[in-house]
Design a protein around this ligand. Structure first.
Ligand SMILES: [Zn+2]
Ligand SMILES: [Zn+2]
Length: 89
């Protein structure tokens, strides 16, 4: 099985005691690619990309929370009025 990122062969994981291959399907390459990748790409490419994605969605949520509420004029994060008023800006 080939890594969908670097095209290298995905290393087979072997049980250290029996030497039997217990996993050769690599790692999930999402969100970088829709496929499987090797461990090197997983740690070097996929995990950093996931972190960046998480960071971005956190920032978006933060920005969203800091917008003013249309009902009471408070920041949404501290607004206590009906959140339905947030719609439609
Ligand atoms: Zn790879
Ligand atoms: Zn409000």
């Amino acid at each position: 099985m080939k890594c969908c990122i670097c095209n290298g062969e995905i290393e087979k994981k072997k049980d250290p005691t029996t030497g039997k291959v217990y996993w050769d399907g690599g790692e999930n390459a999402q969100p970088v690619k829709d496929g499987r990748c090797c461990e090197t790409c997983n740690w070097g490419v996929v995990i950093p990309a996931r972190m960046a994605n998480m960071q971005r969605s956190r920032e978006t949520a933060q920005e969203e929370a800091e917008r003013k509420c249309g009902g009471c004029g408070e920041m949404r994060i501290s607004c206590t009025c009906d959140s339905l008023k947030w719609g439609g800006d």
